[in-house]
Write a protein that binds this ligand. Structure first.
Ligand SMILES: Nc1nc2c(ncn2[C@@H]2O[C@H](COP(=O)(O)OP(=O)(O)OP(=O)(O)O)[C@@H](O)[C@H]2O)c(=O)[nH]1
Length: 297
């Protein structure tokens, strides 16, 4: 049989469920998911296999009106991820419907030559009439070749979507070995998993003002992995929040991240976290490079 391989760009407003969908299509967690919008910062490739077809999925940061430099860089990464795609998939939170952000993306892709599909997500929590109404309204523009109704969390409709995507991929050799699920390095995975725990364990504004940096990653002779990470925050008050009373919160964050990494890699992980105050960390080019983002003026 001839092999097929192609790139699908997953677009959508923050919180639409793009990362959850990529994980569902890959069949394994590769992108971090959180109830907070704008969790996804960098371009990350998920790799799904269906028979002899390799589907590369670009999980882009949710596109929104950028004001801060960090946000602008994320938007730039999002559109970069959509370049060279064989197919564009717009994911919409069906329960919320079409907001300004989705409209902006729609305007951005309407004239693009690629095949486009509409994915209405979260059908598990959406009323049927609202669902059909949203689908009909968006399809008035005749922008989309197909419409899918899915739930990325329950898996409803995901297999059909995957089969469809596979059928759209052009003929060609695979870009990755069949058992590879993502293009993220171990370092990046470690960074992302700790960042996910920061999002999950902390509330309020703090996570947007923080950055995780993996300083060292080393395999020990016994096969386990030792990782040292810095959590950069902008102010001493934020440091105190991350640490928690007597260091209790950083302990919980570290333990959860360590467990998750051990589960993903199947080897014991030793994780050391240090919280560091660095004012204006988000104004440094180095920080952007480490996050996989381009510096924007
Ligand atoms: N009920 C329900 N919740 C979902 C579904 N898919 C995703 N979610 C939830 O929606 C929230 C956002 O999901 P993500 O996958 O992080 O969304 P995203 O579009 O990648 O978000 P950004 O990283 O902000 O761009 C999470 O709390 C998910 O658990 C679904 O099918 N049904």
């Amino acid at each position: 049989m001839t092999s097929h391989c192609g790139l699908v760009a997953i677009l959508g407003a923050p919180n639409a469920g793009k990362s959850t969908l990529v994980n569902a299509l890959v069949g394994q967690k590769i992108a971090i998911v959180s109830p907070k919008a704008q969790t996804t910062r960098t371009r990350l490739l998920g790799i799904a296999m269906e028979g002899e077809t390799q589907i590369m999925l670009v999980d882009t940061p949710g596109i929104f009106a950028p004001e801060r430099r960090l946000d602008r860089a994320m938007v730039q990464a999002a559109w970069g991820g959509a370049q060279d795609a064989d197919l564009l998939a717009l994911v919409i939170d069906a329960e919320k419907g079409i907001g300004r952000r989705t409209e902006r993306i729609l305007n951005g892709i309407v004239d693009r030559p690629e095949r486009k599909i509409l994915v209405l997500n979260k059908v598990d929590v959406t009323r049927k009439d609202a669902l059909l109404d949203t689908a009909a309204r968006i399809n008035q523009g005749a922008t989309f070749d197909e419409t899918f109704f899915i739930s990325a969390t329950t898996g409803d409709g995901v297999a059909e979507l995957k089969t469809y995507l596979a059928g759209q991929m052009p003929e060609g050799p695979w870009h990755f070995p069949a058992d590879q699920v993502s293009d993220a390095s171990e370092r990046l995975t470690a960074t992302e998993i700790t960042r996910e725990q920061l999002y999950l364990q902390l509330h309020a504004e703090l996570p947007y003002a923080s950055m995780v940096r993996t300083e060292t990653y080393a395999e020990r002779p016994d096969g386990s992995v030792e990782i040292h990470q810095q959590i950069l925050v902008a102010r001493p008050t934020q440091r105190a929040i991350v640490l928690g009373k007597g260091g209790s919160r950083i302990k919980v964050i570290g333990a959860a991240a360590r467990e998750e990494l051990t589960r993903i890699w199947g080897v014991p992980v030793h994780l050391y976290l240090h919280v560091k105050v660095q004012e204006n960390w988000d104004d440094s080019r180095d920080a952007y490079r480490e996050m996989g983002l381009d510096w924007v003026e």
